[in-house]
Design a protein around this ligand. Sequence first.
Ligand code: AMP
Length: 534
Amino acid sequence: MMDYQLNVPAILRRADELYGDREIVSRLPDKSWHRYTYADFVSRTKRLAVALRGLGLSDGDRVATLMWNHHEHLETYVGAPVGGFVTHTLNLRLHPDDNTYIASHAGDRVLVVDKVLWPLATQFVDRVGFEHVIAVGAGDTPDGAIDYEELVASGDESAFAYRDLDERSAAAMCFTSGTTGLPKGVLYSHRALALHALTAAYLMGVNEGDTILPVVPMFHANAWCFPFTCCLVGAKQVFPGPHLDPESLLEAFEQEKVTLSAGVPTIWMGILQALDATPDRWDLSAMRSMTVGGSAPPRAMLEAFGERHGLKIVHGWGMTEMCPIGTMSGGPGQELGLSTEAMYDKRAQQGTAIPFVEIRARGADGLVPWDGTSMGELEVRGPSVSSSYFEAPEAADRWTDDGWFRTGDIVTIGADGYVEIQDRSKDLVKSGGEWISTVALENALMGHPAVAEAAVIAVPDDKWSERPLAVVVLREGAAATDGELRDFLAPSFAKFWLPDRFEYVDEIPKTAVGKFRKTALREQFASATPVENV
Ligand code: AMP
């Protein structure tokens, strides 16, 4: 067979040859809509690649982005690797100190930034010392920056050629703060992204007839590969810009007849509340599948979407280190022959390994059996799994001696290969030597009608060493007592699993990608002894 290079230029060339008339739509900061075709996108992306080279960049140089999801971000996201450079998406929700460290450690030479995010960028731009700052969108270009439109216009399209880039060279980069210590960089090869884009298309049945709105930001683990997947198959792309509130998203779903969308559970919880409040307001008849991932979705939410609104949620588990999808549940054909109850049970699990991702779980005494009850740390390997962090030798122990990546997730694996995440290893509660899954307790609590959100953490305990504490946000106007919540959980769990303490808060602190920030909860509650026990 030919030694054909699987790379991002091959993805763009396909879009160029086949999908010129497909649309790409973005919502601008002022809430107006920008529309153009793939032909426009391809032409501008080629010009950008040429113009970036003209700034003095060489192969492998990093092009950082600090942008919302929109067409210019897509152009940079694809244009940098097509030109031989590396797209490095910065997370706009991180602290400026973290972005300073991340951009410096990555060696970013250029920053492409939304003008509306300039106030955020100024907090770290000077500290990093980018050679070029390129400002995107309407409004004044900050002093010293290059206007993005002028840069694109300066690129000579006739100077562009599709390059046969080595598939093992780097195309993109993303940092994860999922582990302890400093954020770690993951470099994605062209090959990993091309294979993953194809796998994602297969897993979700994405094709030219689809209209896809990724709510998940491009800076969160590659927007789960959707930008590349869409370009590969010619799906219409709709970008929400900065408008991520439920109402704006629902408007976009209806107006653009979105068929597939993707986001973290927090996004879907917000959408569910909006739909529950006014079920007949939006026509979502075009929507065939909504992907959830990033943290565990409560089963009650999956069921509510299906039973109350006829909307199907597909569930994926993944990691920044994995391009990012590792397992899927609820994909085409996965639920054949299941009763409704069994279907939601399965869909709430993280699912089976995707093609070319191998899985196994390791407990204290070695690999655990696939019996649905033995817990162990999930280990993975495959062509879309990172083999090391970027310049972080101190984290080499995240890989086993035989080359598998230790995910840090504690799971069970069923005889049918279904993975169920019980916890992050550092979030587990170990009570009297027994493990308690905080994820299982949270999901169950979020099935209580009065509970909007619940996070469970371990708190030190003299007798049991650790006990679970539940931090609860009640729905507006709803009430519940500790006793009621404990009684609600009791039928589903062993007695020692039931939280001893409940704390009620207005909001659960979230990480930069919308997950519960359990470290903050532990700081707030772990040492505080409840008044009645003093
Ligand atoms: P990140 O790299 O920031 O996306 O974080 C990856 C981690 O998020 C995983 O190791 C899991 O702990 C968690 N995670 C991602 N997807 C899921 C999911 N579907 N269910 C439960 N946890 C998840």
